[in-house]
Design a protein around this ligand. Structure first.
Ligand SMILES: [Zn+2]
Ligand SMILES: [Zn+2]
Ligand SMILES: [Zn+2]
Length: 311
């Protein structure tokens, strides 16, 4: 009965990747010689869990009697989410989840059962990737990506995070360090573009891509794929900057809009922080109906990107 689920997290003790698993009430590292092994209790009431509380799919808490799927536990751990008992779901009054360090707002603990989150995306089962790049400059033909941050929402409403530094072939300029806080030292041991792009394109899959200023981010995505020989699908693209302009927002930068809509925007100009803020903004636009969402596709940027690389 005790089957183990691999977790997309590196081991906090030995730092290795792909060695941590979840099995019943244990999270443990299976690397040779590593002794990382912690037990967790019910995330809702903190009651200790025993092996007999578990079935294949999850557990029934002996304290609060809630049935909780192992996939939910996996999701909490992989995304560093915390349960907030003070902020309640507007629909079911259940506790909420959030990630304080990544600008992710509160959402219902009980999604996708409770439509507190699923309802935000309507009935259609859509998958989205909110992405942002930090780069050494503005022109994809001359400059380089140094960080990719992305947040994926899958068809069931679960979030997945992609966050990687990339080692550029030249040092990062002082003004870029000033804007982003990213230094050459931070990039020293980062993998090259080829390695990260391969993983990133697999991460995106056929999801709809959302960016705040797609005209900046999408050419970076396409030219990087072209350079590394990776193939992108013709994904739909949604630009929240264009959307804001259609909704007649007087000023549409991410910084201004997050302030206006009271979205937490710590670590501005770091890729994952900006991607998460874009996601919160997307939810607000989706709910206020000030303007229709407009889906483009990657295709319309491709010819332009081919030209960019010819120079
Ligand atoms: Zn370990
Ligand atoms: Zn409980
Ligand atoms: Zn709810």
């Amino acid at each position: 009965m005790s089957h183990s689920i691999p977790l997309q997290r590196s081991c906090p003790l030995c730092k290795q990747k792909d060695t941590v698993t979840l099995s019943q009430n244990h999270v443990q590292c299976n690397a040779d010689g590593c002794r990382f092994d912690v037990q967790f209790g019910c995330p809702l009431c903190y009651t200790d869990l025993q092996p007999e509380n578990f079935s294949e799919a999850g557990f029934r808490c002996p304290g609060c009697k809630m049935d909780i799927a192992l996939r939910k536990i996996q999701y909490l751990i992989e995304n560093s989410l915390v349960v907030d008992h003070d902020m309640r779901c507007r629909l079911c009054n259940g506790p909420t989840l959030h990630r304080p360090d990544a600008n992710l707002g509160h959402r219902c603990f009980h999604f996708p059962k409770c439509s507190g989150q699923a309802g935000l995306f309507g009935q259609a089962q859509e998958s989205f990737v909110f992405l942002d790049f930090e780069t050494t400059g503005l022109e994809p033909s001359k400059e380089h990506i140094i960080e990719i941050g992305a947040l994926k929402i899958d068809e069931d409403g679960y979030e997945h995070i992609f966050q990687h530094f990339i080692k550029p072939p030249k040092p990062v300029g002082a003004h870029i360090t000033q804007i982003t806080g990213i230094t050459d030292e931070m990039l020293e041991n980062a993998p090259p573009l080829e390695e990260v792009m391969k993983a990133f394109i697999a991460f995106i899959g056929n999801a709809k891509i959302v960016a705040h200023n797609a005209e900046f981010d999408i050419p970076w995505l396409i030219t990087s794929a072209m350079r590394t020989g990776e193939t992108l699908q013709n994904n739909p693209v949604i630009c929240t900057l264009k959307w804001a302009r259609r909704a007649k927002e007087p000023r549409a930068s991410l910084g201004i809009l997050t302030k206006k809509y009271k979205i937490t925007h710590a670590n501005a100009h770091r890729a994952l922080a900006d991607a998460c803020s874009t996601r919160e903004l997307f939810l607000i636009f989706e709910n206020q109906y000030a303007a229709e969402r407009m889906d483009e596709t990657l295709e319309i940027y491709k010819a332009f990107c081919e030209k960019l690389l010819q120079h």
